[in-house]
Design a protein around this ligand. Structure first.
Ligand code: ATP
Ligand code: LTN
Length: 331
């Protein structure tokens, strides 16, 4: 039987956080044997906010290194760069013509980003979900593993695909969102009611995958908790502690009950230390592999070139079919 197809991606907006790792990458790694996986660097999506061009190029390569360092085997997965496959922007134009302004207006990511970048509410930011739908539909993806925050974008992708299919007959596979059981939403350390985000301005709010052990300890020490001094899971009233428990639980594979038991009668100081050490232990092998790869740009290039080639072939076939269906002349 043919393997089911997975596609996902991450924007090249900066160094990845523990949230990206636990919510996305860590789940991808678990899927690489069972599925035919396509993982891209969403560099075109990154352009929806202002970037320094050199930074963007650097972040794109760093991200490829992080994918591999986190455990994605380039021989098993198709790792590629979105902008290298013209079919993404080509399909995006077509799908724009099948997407309503009203639908895009409801996207919470658009509202959030528009509020954050009030001086640059560009139309790319508005049509971001249409490009994302193109990314997914070009590969006939069955499953799209993402964090909770991307669920709405998957819903609009399905709506666009269904609309297109109902006009032109079966064309696109309708993808399912896959949200991992754990790590779906890691919150900020300083503001535990908002998700940890790699583009957050406050460095204390996020743990980067490349942070040193000292930095991780420092950030955990300063993480916002509450005055109860009791390790108890209660997302509503104790968002800070609950978030740290969530992180610890994923890394140590422990339930919230088990963690409460482990830290019964112990204060936040001891608990935070344990969380910091767990993170450090998990990230160490990843960082070693990352440091090795980043010194070797030729190897990174070979990885994405191989991925680009495979991705392009598949995407072009689907794009051609769409061109034909809507009435464009194809050879
Ligand atoms: P930005 O700050 O640039 O918006 P981000 O940190 O939100 O970036 P994205 O590139 O938007 O990251 O997302 C990459 C992947 O990581 C997506 O699958 C997203 O759902 C997931 N993700 C991002 N932040 C978190 C988080 N705090 N918890 C769990 N998953 C997350
Ligand atoms: N918007 C996504 C990144 C992304 C993506 C995709 C994820 C772009 N294209 C296709 C899954 C499938 C995000 O995580 N912020």
């Amino acid at each position: 039987m043919e393997k089911k197809v997975i596609l996902s991606g991450i924007q090249a907006t900066g160094n990845l956080t523990l949230g990206n790792y636990l919510g996305a990458l860590n789940n991808w790694v678990k899927m690489q044997d069972e599925y035919d996986c396509y993982y891209m660097i969403a560099d075109l999506h990154t352009l929806t906010v202002r970037n320094d061009p050199e930074e963007l190029r650097k972040n794109t390569l760093n991200l490829i290194a992080l994918y591999v360092a986190a455990g994605l085997d380039p021989d098993k997965n198709t790792i590629f760069i979105q902008s290298h496959i013209p079919a993404h922007t080509q399909l995006s134009w077509i799908l724009n013509c099948y997407t309503y302004m009203g639908e895009l207006n409801r996207m919470t990511q658009f509202k959030d980003k528009a509020a954050k970048h009030a001086d640059n509410i560009n139309s790319g930011l508005f049509t971001y979900p249409v490009l994302m739908a193109s990314d997914i539909l070009l590969y006939n993806a069955d499953l799209v593993p993402v964090g909770e925050d991307q669920k709405q974008h998957l819903e609009i992708t399905r709506d666009i695909a269904e609309r297109f299919n109902s006009i032109y007959g079966d064309t696109f596979k309708i993808p399912e969102v896959y949200i991992g059981e754990v790590g779906a939403r890691i919150m900020g350390l300083q503001n535990p009611t908002a998700k940890m985000s790699k583009s957050a301005k406050d460095p204390m709010d996020k743990i980067l995958l490349t942070d040193s052990s000292e930095d991780i300890r420092k950030k955990l020490k300063r993480a916002v908790t509450d005055s109860e001094n009791c390790v108890r899971f209660d997302k509503e009233n104790k968002p800070g502690v609950s978030n740290l428990m969530g992180i610890y639980g994923i890394i140590k594979n422990k339930t919230m009950d088990k963690i409460e038991e482990e830290f019964k009668g112990k204060g936040y100081g001891e608990f935070k230390n344990a969380v910091a050490e767990a993170i450090i232990e998990r990230l160490e092998p990843l960082q070693n592999r990352y440091n090795e790869l980043i010194e070797n740009p030729d190897k990174l290039k070979a990885i994405y070139e191989k991925g680009d080639k495979k991705a392009e072939e598949k995407a072009n076939n689907i794009l051609k079919n769409v061109y034909r269906k809507v009435g464009l002349i194809v050879d």
